[in-house]
Ligand binder design. Structure first.
Ligand code: C5P
Length: 226
């Protein structure tokens, strides 16, 4: 069974305020992107990895892949304006695959265990994502920040990556998307629109997405954990 991992890493990281795109920021001496590439590379379940990057970074990523001896990267393709387009460009570069795993290049703390759990659920159900149940109280506020209403958090989940889909299910989701384009921020959302069921698998609070400056401090702490 062939599982190809797609790693979008073409973001510009404008919210972080650094000059280096966040996927290249050194975390305890190692570029952030390399954390997830190493885990995917060492996961027995993963057959190949395709990274999507900004055109100007493709060479840098190829060099890093060589330097860190990541054996399973088969391609580094150009990303798009939005994350969804970057993932799709990587999807187009797949030769053959039975399952597709998608993981944000800026979530360094994916583990082999999470990969295995989400993949196992996808094998059973066709589509599965790692996600966390919402534990905070959820409110809706207007443009001034004044609360308008509360939302019952029961049944609410925060979607993370990895997300895993049977190849044919994701291909069908892209066909559907071409006919009915929508603004959606993850591939699970595209698959859900086709009517396919997507199973949630408990993710990890440590599997954070590096978005804001404080996330880097958190990431340094997580990276130093025993
Ligand atoms: O923007 P955000 O932080 O949600 O990005 C999540 C992931 O998508 C990151 O790994 C980022 O590099 C990637 N991305 C991309 N192409 C874009 C925008 C984001 O590959 N155009």
């Amino acid at each position: 069974m062939r599982v190809t991992a797609l790693v979008p890493a073409a973001g510009r990281g404008t919210r972080l305020g650094t000059t280096v795109p966040k996927q290249f920021i050194a975390l305890n001496g190692k570029p952030l992107l390399l954390y997830s590439l190493e885990v995917l590379d060492s996961s027995e379940d993963i057959s190949g990895i395709i990274v999507a990057a900004q055109a100007a970074d493709i060479g840098t990523i190829r060099d890093l892949v060589r330097e860190y001896r990541i054996r399973k990267v088969v391609d580094v393709v150009q990303g798009g304006e939005e994350r969804t387009q970057s993932v799709r460009n990587a999807f187009r570069a797949i030769g053959t695959a039975d399952y597709v795993l998608i993981h944000d290049g800026v979530r360094p703390f994916i583990t082999r265990d999470i990969v295995q759990r989400v993949l196992s659920a996808a094998r059973q159900h066709g589509a599965a994502i790692s996600a966390l149940p919402v534990t905070d109280t959820v409110k809706v506020a207007d443009g001034d920040g004044s609360i308008v209403k509360n939302i019952d958090r029961h049944g609410l989940w925060l979607a993370q990556t990895p997300q895993v889909f049977r190849y044919s299910i994701l291909a069908e989701a892209y066909r559907h998307y071409d006919e009915h384009p929508v603004d959606i921020t993850d591939e699970s959302g595209l698959v859900e629109l086709t009517g396919s069921k997507v199973k949630t698998v408990p993710g990890s609070i440590f599997n954070i997405k590096i978005t804001r400056e404080e996330d880097l401090l958190l990431a340094t702490m997580i990276a130093g954990m025993p």
